[in-house]
Design a protein around this ligand. Structure first.
Ligand code: UDP
Length: 394
């Protein structure tokens, strides 16, 4: 009989501040299961919910409000973005979070830690001390990565792009510890395109119309409503699918409108891979998760907003490679979509540009690194593998 308490234990640190950290962690976990089976004890811990006292434990709820003032967010990003300042922030908050971090570590003993959040490494490495499990960071920003991602004591730092690798080194990381793998997305974004007509029909959308998919990250951020209204007013020959994410008020407002073109409104959906594979054009904020998923799904995009500082590089990355356009106002969004609808060959070129930037192996590669390099005992395991050291119990 299989005793799962003997399985190697992997602790994933993330937070529901936005949707991207969770998606990345889930993509890696999916890749572990796909390649190695379910012989692991995997825990996902929201670092704000479990490692921070009041009011920081409400960060997932506060985050959408904080990014509502993008200029302030951008200023904060800029002012803190050096290794020294990043360490100052984490050092000065340490006393405040120490007890909660100690408790989380005690409750989640493990053999390897994988963090997909920039704020986890400093306090958790400090609490763990020298005798600790390996600590791997998977950076989930694409280009303009913040100094907080690059704690020098992490054992391995996996980054999505060459630019992110260079930044890691510029922030003082040992180059030997940094590897470019891509941003992990679920396998379901990466399979062959399939018949769009059938996918659309299965989702309850008109199979014969191009579908414009509008997404504002996990929290329904950016001028989603204004942009959708402009597309509708232009009466483009297409259907609109609007994903409001966790923004329930936005969803209700959108549902109460009379739309001229076929329009389908959703809250937070679990079927993003199917939605992206059924859609023809994506309108999105510059979230790294959504962008990477769209690249892998071969879905050209119009980026309608970005968080200053943090997401600036993402826009340049997409636009310079021809995978999409920057449209800072609804009129520009309508212009780009209309052009793609009138010139399908141009949209097809953008599809090819997306696929060129895609890194469909990223999640699997990260899974292989975690298991092959840090949990080799899992490769030779029988059900009687040796009991764990309890790292967190010291
Ligand atoms: N997402 C989702 N369902 C939704 C809205 C968003 O699964 O209804 C996912 C999306 O596929 C992506 C993530 O949430 O993986 C958003 O990440 P991104 O980095 O684009 O933006 P964030 O929300 O983190 O700012």
């Amino acid at each position: 009989m299989t005793n799962s308490s003997n399985f190697p234990r992997i602790l994933f640190l993330f937070s529901d501040t936005g949707g991207g950290h969770r998606s990345a962690a889930e993509a890696i976990i999916e890749a572990i299961y796909l390649q190695y089976g379910h012989h692991f004890n995997i825990q996902m811990v929201d670092i704000f919910k479990k490692c921070a006292p009041l009011p920081l434990n409400y960060m997932p709820e506060l985050y959408p409000k904080m990014v509502k003032v993008p200029q302030a967010w951008g200023l904060g990003y800029k002012m803190t973005n050096s290794y020294r300042r990043a360490r100052f922030i984490t050092a000065s908050s340490y006393l405040y979070v120490r007890r909660s971090v100690q408790k989380m570590v005690r409750q989640n003993p493990c053999d390897v830690i994988v963090s997909v959040h920039p704020l986890a490494a400093a306090p958790i490495l400090r609490v763990l001390g020298k005798n600790r499990p390996p600590f791997i960071v998977v950076v989930t920003d694409l280009v303009s990565t913040h100094a907080l991602w690059y704690h020098h004591h992490t054992d391995l730092c996996l980054v999505p792009t060459e630019i992110a690798r260079q930044r890691a080194i510029d922030f003082g990381m040992n180059a030997q510890k940094v590897r470019v793998v891509g941003l992990p997305v679920s396998d379901r974004f990466c399979s062959p395109p399939g018949d769009a007509f059938i996918i659309k029909q299965k989702l309850g959308w008109p199979g014969h119309l191009p579908v414009i998919l509008l997404v504002g990250g996990g929290e329904g951020m950016g001028p989603l409503e204004k942009t959708a209204t402009a597309i509708d007013a232009a009466r483009l020959p297409a259907a609109m699918v609007i994903v409001a994410g966790r923004n329930l008020k936005l969803k209700e407002r959108l549902q109460s409108k009379n739309w001229q073109i076929p329009t389908y409104i959703y809250g937070f959906i679990k079927k993003m891979p199917e939605f992206m594979r059924g859609a023809d054009i994506l309108v999105t904020k510059a979230g790294p998760g959504t962008i990477s998923e769209a690249l892998n799904a071969g879905l050209p995009m119009v980026i309608y907003s970005r968080l200053p500082g943090q997401e600036d590089g993402n826009v340049a990355y997409v636009v310079s490679e021809g995978a999409g356009y920057w449209a800072p106002n609804p009129a520009k969004t309508v212009e780009v979509i209309s052009n793609w609808l009138n010139h399908p060959e141009q949209r097809k070129q953008a599809v090819q540009a997306c696929l060129k930037l895609a890194k469909p192996q990223a999640a699997r590669q990260i899974a292989q690194i975690i298991i092959d390099e840090y949990l080799p005992q899992a490769l030779h395991r029988t059900d009687e593998i040796s009991p764990h050291k309890s790292w967190g119990n010291q």
